[in-house]
Design a protein around this ligand. Structure first.
Ligand code: 5RP
Length: 262
C-alpha cells in the first residue's frame, strides 16, 4: 500500500496509526472528522477486529458515525457517554501553543463540544499543518440560517477592530447552495491571513448574535501526533513538554485503507 500513497497521505496515515495506540480497552473516545480522522477510525476498526479492543466512540459528524459503524466500532451519543476519556481529531492548523483552527470539513461545532468533553485531546496532523501563527487557513464560523446576511455583515464589521491581517469573508457553498452543517447551520470562512490574538478573536466572535461557534480551539489540545511523508511520527505533549520521535512501519495489512474515500 505504501507505494500507492502520496507523501501527504502517508503522513496522515502514520500519525493516525500512532494515535490509535493511545486508545485502551473500555475507553469512551471522541472520533474526529476529516481525512486524517478517517484514517484513525479505520485504524481503530482494525484494532477492534484483530485485537478484540472494546471501545465506544462518539463521532463528531454523520460521516464519521457511518465509517465507525462500518468498521465495527460501537457508536453512542455524547449524552450517553457523558465524559470522554480521549478525543482524537485532525486540525487545519496548529501553533506552538497547540491552539488550533478546525472546521475545514464543516464539523467544528460538534468537534469542539466533543473535544471539550474529553479528559484529553490528541490532534493528528501531517507536517503541513504546523504554523508559527494561526490564520493562513480560513477560519470557519458556524452561523444560524435566520438572518444569515445580517450576521455576515455584523461579522465583517467586527473584524475591522480585530488584530488580523486580512478581513475578507465568504459564505461556504456546496455547489450552488450554502453548505449546511450537521446542525442545519451555515459556515462563513474568514480569510484573516494572520491572527494576532486568537483568544480575543474567539471570544469576540462567539458574542455575536447568530454566531454559534468558531473554529478556534484554544487551550484544548494536549498532544499533537505529527506525521511525515517518510513514515516518521513525532508525539509532542504540551503538558509535560516532551517530544518523542519514531518511525512507523507500513505493513501489507495496512491496505485496509484502499477504499477510503473521505
Ligand atoms: C473538520 C476538521 C478537520 O479536522 C480538519 O479540516 C482537517 O481535515 P483533514 O484531516 O482532512 O486535513 O476540522 O471539520
Amino acid at each position: 500500500m505504501s507505494s500507492e500513497l502520496s507523501p501527504i497521505d502517508k503522513a496522515k496515515f502514520v500519525c493516525a496509526k500512532r494515535a490509535a495506540q493511545f486508545v485502551e480497552n473500555g475507553m469512551r473516545v471522541g472520533l474526529g472528522t476529516g481525512s486524517t480522522a478517517a484514517w484513525l477510525v479505520r485504524c481503530l476498526g482494525e484494532r477492534v477486529r484483530d485485537e478484540g479492543l472494546h471501545i465506544t466512540g462518539v463521532p463528531t459528524s454523520t460521516r464519521t458515525a457511518e465509517l465507525a459503524r462500518e468498521v465495527g466500532i460501537d457508536v453512542i451519543t455524547l449524552d450517553a457517554a457523558k465524559r470522554l476519556d480521549l478525543t482524537i481529531d485532525g486540525a487545519d492548523e496548529f501553533d506552538g501553543a497547540f491552539n488550533l483552527i478546525k472546521g475545514g470539513g464543516g464539523a467544528l461545532l460538534h468537534e469542539k463540544v466533543v473535544a471539550t468533553s474529553s479528559d484529553r485531546m490528541i490532534v493528528i496532523a501531517d507536517v503541513g499543518k504546523e504554523v508559527e501563527t494561526l490564520g493562513a487557513f480560513p477560519l470557519p464560523i458556524e452561523v444560524i440560517p435566520f438572518g444569515l446576511q445580517t450576521t455576515h455583515a455584523l461579522v465583517d464589521e467586527t473584524l475591522v477592530s480585530m488584530d488580523v491581517l486580512g478581513r475578507d469573508s465568504s459564505l461556504r457553498m456546496d455547489g450552488d447552495k450554502p453548505f449546511v452543517t450537521d446542525e442545519g447551520n451555515h459556515i462563513i470562512d474568514l480569510h484573516l491571513k494572520r491572527i494576532g490574538d486568537a483568544r480575543q478573536l474567539a471570544m469576540t466572535l462567539n458574542q455575536l448574535p447568530g454566531v454559534v461557534e468558531n473554529g478556534l480551539l484554544i487551550d484544548i489540545c494536549d498532544t499533537v501526533v505529527l506525521g511525515f511523508g517518510d513514515g516518521k511520527v513525532e508525539v509532542r505533549d504540551i503538558n509535560d513538554g516532551t517530544v518523542a520521535s519514531e518511525r512507523m512501519v507500513f505493513a501489507e495489512s495496512d491496505n485496509l485503507f484502499s477504499d477510503l474515500s473521505d
